[in-house]
Structures are given as structure tokens and as C-alpha cells.
Ligand binder design. Structure first.
Ligand code: UD1
Length: 430
């Protein structure tokens, strides 16, 4: 298996282009199954998860073409993918595929809305907790779908089509909101989603659905209203920039010091993290090209955070922020409220000499002056990039194992960082 080797200590200087958002690209690709026309998605990041979802969609009978690079485009220029779901041959998504990527469970929504049936394997647990799908199924049931469970599969049936309904989520869920939104576009009548997730990726999905002929209003607020239509058509849509990638590199610069332009990064997607980073002592300025992040040599200040649904501090930046706080002056309390088991990185950060105590849903981080490079193990996607951030600022060498976690969500990570002066390389498995 590949490893990543980092020799820490160099400040980051230069420009990092921000890729299209993985968490927007995945639901957009799935939404292409709502129509028999072609949906063209631009700025899709080159990531393992995107490749896997193409395979899963292909298994249902969705054809795709990926446009090759044009002159002047770099390795990080997002790809254009055309999806054609005109001849879906299979409404079943098997365990071997769904178990490899939880978000693929969301295919249940377009399949049952367009074809009246779906059979999708239950996704099972993952490294950050149990991650149930009860709220997704509740939303579909409200829309008139009959749900059964058989042999580990969810059988969804709505032979007469879906009907609009009031759906109130008892807790904010991005996956639940995506599924309810996609399914409701083809339901008969009006659907109201209350306590909807307000994440920018939900807005990106709603924008694309509206271009496909859906009638969605209120995305980005906690009340989304959908007037169902009988069919959707094809469109072209550009995937939004990745706010988690933007926040991750902002924290990397905060950690090493330096001056980097995060090209294409959008401040409005990241306000809570920007506010926190400013308290920590980082300069962040929105420019016409993106976000400029700077820090001089002064020690970082410890700041407490609590993860929350958007617009709160994102859980997907919690591990990266913890890495940053390992070197701050003072003690930082980091509380995780979204996922139950999202502290797998604590033990690995400790290998750098970080001082972290766990206390229920919180981690207390006592900042130390220096981290020391170490061999460490990536455990999940966001946790693994927190180890990169620690390694960039540690003295000596760090070797990160199981980097396939990183490849799921960070496009051209080594290239982007090394162009800014980091000493980082991939050691390919023989
Ligand atoms: C998405 C993101 C993930 C991010 C998370 C929270 C994608 C591909 N993934 O995950 O990167 O960390 O949002 O911002 O976009 N829950 C239930 N029942 C359900 C569904 C969810 O109890 O049926 C719970 C979850 O266990 C969790 C909370 O609700 O505690 C939020 O989950 P959710 O917002 O749905 O996260 P995902 O969409 O899976």
C-alpha cells in the first residue's frame, strides 16, 4: 500500500487551486438518475470516491463519458462527466458496492422516484460511528414509499409513484435532506422539508435540480418547499468549490506559517471556521481570486470549538483543527456533536507528542511547543489529513500509512502542497 512521507518545518508559500466539492459531486451524480436525458457535470474532482460512484451507477445501467484534458488544463482542473441514465437496467445496489461508500445508499431516492422500486443494501457502520439511515427511510415513507428489509437490503416500493408530504427531521441530516429533496422532485404535489440541512452542498443540488426542471425553493434555509413535476430533463452544472478542502489548507497554512492563496475558495461557505482561525491568530482575507491565508511566526492561541450543522463549525474540519491546536499556547476544548466516534485521530496525533485527553464527546488539547515526526496510520478521510497537517509542522520525518483514505477526498494533495514548498512525497507500493 502507498505511504506518504513528509519532512516537516517548511512554511507554505504560493497558490493552491481548490477542487470541486466531493460532497456536492456525489449527490449531483446520483441526481442524474432522476432523468433519462444527459446531465453534464463540470469541475468534478478526480477522487477515488467519484470513480467508485461511477462504477456503482454503471452497475445500474448509467452510461458515462469523461472528457479528456484540454490544452492549458492542469492536473487539478476538474473533469467533465456526462451521465446518461436513459436505460437503467437494474434497480438493485449490492452490498459489495454500497459497503465501500456510504453515500451510494442515496441512489435509493432517484430509483424509487423514477422507477417505483429500489433494492439497496444497508450500508452498515463505519469508522466514525453507527451512522444509521432511519431518517432517510422515514422521509421516503412520508412520500408514500413502502419500505421493507430483507437479507440486509432495503426494499423500497412505490408502484403508483410518490406523493408530496410534510417531512420534519427530528435532527439535521445532510443525507436525509438530499434523499428527501431528490425524491420529492418527482412526487405528485407539494413537499415541505422542515429542519432541513442548510449545507451549501444542499443548495448546489437544489440549483442543479431546478436547472433540470424541478421546482425547489428555500434550499439553504431550514424549510425547503418542492412542487413535484412529472419529469426532469438534462442540464449542465458546475460543481461548487470544496469548502472542506479550503478549510483544510487554511489550517495547514495556520500550522506551518506562510502566505497562501486558496484559489477559488469561497468565504461564505466557511465563515465559522474563518472566525475561529482569526481568533487563533491567522490572517484570512477574501480576494477576487479566493481566500488569502497568512501567519507570521507568532504562537497560535488556543480556542474552543463545538461542531455543529452548517453554518456551525463543520465536523469535517474537526480533526484538522485538533492538529492545529496541538501546537497552540494553552488548552483548547474540542467538542464533537455530529458523530459519536470521531476521535480516531487522537491516538495518532499522540504519536507526534501531542497532549490530548478525551472526556466524553470532547477532547482537551494541551498545546505543546513542538511536534516530532512519527510513523502514523490514517483511519478515515478527514482524520488522515489531520496527520498531514501535523507532519508538515513536526520536526523530522513523518510516514503516513493507509493513504487510500486521503485519496477518497483530497485531489492531488502532494502536488498542491509541494508546489507551496512542503517536502511531501508518495512512496508507491512495490
Ligand atoms: C455528510 C457528509 C459528511 C459530513 C456530514 C455532516 C457527504 C457524502 N458526507 O454525511 O462528510 O461529515 O454530512 O456534515 O456529504 N443520522 C441519523 N439517521 C439518519 C441519518 C443521519 O441518526 O438516517 C445522524 C448521523 O448518524 C449523524 C447526523 O445524523 O449523527 C448527521 O448525519 P448526516 O448529516 O446525515 O451526515 P451524512 O450525510 O452521512
Amino acid at each position: 500500500m502507498d505511504r506518504i512521507r513528509i519532512t516537516g518545518g517548511a512554511p507554505l508559500q504560493g497558490t493552491i487551486p481548490i477542487s470541486g466539492a466531493k460532497n456536492a459531486a456525489l449527490p449531483l451524480m446520483i441526481a442524474a438518475m432522476l432523468t433519462g436525458d444527459t446531465v453534464e457535470l463540470r469541475n468534478v474532482p478526480r477522487l477515488a470516491d467519484v470513480g467508485l460512484l461511477l462504477r456503482i451507477l454503471g452497475n445500474h445501467g448509467v452510461d458515462h463519458t469523461v472528457t479528456g484534458k484540454r490544452p492549458g488544463q492542469t492536473a487539478e482542473t476538474g473533469q467533465t462527466i456526462r451521465l446518461d441514465a436513459s436505460s437503467v437496467i437494474d434497480t438493485c445496489a449490492p452490498y459489495e458496492l454500497v459497503s465501500r461508500m456510504r453515500a451510494s445508499f442515496w441512489v435509493i431516492a432517484p430509483l424509487v422516484a423514477r422507477f417505483g422500486e429500489a433494492c439497496v443494501s444497508m450500508p452498515g457502520g463505519c469508522a466514525i460511528g453507527t451512522r444509521p439511515v432511519d431518517l432517510l427511510l422515514m422521509a421516503l415513507e412520508r412520500l408514500g414509499v413502502t419500505i421493507g428489509i430483507d437479507g440486509g437490503n432495503v426494499l423500497a416500493k412505490a408502484p403508483k409513484g410518490l406523493r408530496g408530504a410534510e417531512i420534519t427531521f427530528p435532527k439535521v441530516t445532510v443525507s436525509g435532506t438530499h434523499v428527501a429533496l431528490m425524491a420529492a422532485t418527482l412526487a405528485e404535489g407539494q413537499t415541505v422539508i422542515d429542519n432541513a440541512a442548510r449545507e451549501p452542498e444542499v443548495v448546489d443540488l437544489a440549483d442543479c435540480l431546478n436547472k433540470m426542471g424541478a421546482r425547489v425553493t428555500g434550499a439553504g434555509t431550514s424549510r425547503i418547499v418542492i412542487e413535484g413535476v412529472s419529469r426532469l430533463h438534462g442540464t449542465t452544472h458546475t460543481v461548487m468549490p470544496d469548502r472542506i478542502e479550503t478549510g483544510t489548507y487554511a489550517m495547514a497554512v495556520a500550522m506551518t506559517g506562510g502566505d497562501v492563496l486558496l484559489e477559488g475558495g469561497r468565504p461564505e461557505y466557511l465563515q465559522s471556521a474563518i472566525d475561529v482561525l482569526r481568533q487563533v491568530g491567522v490572517e484570512i482575507d477574501p480576494t477576487n481570486e479566493g481566500l488569502r491565508v497568512r501567519r507570521d511566526g507568532a504562537r497560535l492561541r488556543a480556542v474552543d470549538i463545538t461542531t455543529d450543522p452548517f453554518p456551525g463549525f463543520p465536523t469535517d474540519l474537526q480533526a484538522q483543527f485538533m492538529a492545529l491546536m496541538t501546537r497552540a499556547q494553552g488548552t483548547s476544548r474540542i467538542r464533537e456533536t455530529i458523530f459519536e466516534n470521531r476521535f480516531m485521530h487522537v491516538q495518532e496525533l499522540a504519536r507526534f507528542g501531542a497532549q490530548i485527553r478525551l472526556d466524553g464527546d470532547a477532547a482537551m488539547v494541551d498545546g505543546v511547543e513542538m511536534l516530532k515526526g512519527a510513523p502514523v496510520m490514517a483511519t478515515d478521510l478527514r482524520a488522515s489529513v489531520s496527520l498531514v497537517i501535523a507532519g508538515l509542522a513536526a520536526t523530522g520525518d513523518t510516514e503516513i500509512h493507509r493513504v487510500y483514505h486521503l485519496d477518497r477526498g483530497f485531489e492531488a494533495l502532494e502536488a498542491k502542497l509541494s508546489r507551496c514548498g512542503a517536502s511531501i512525497e508518495r512512496l508507491r507500493a512495490a
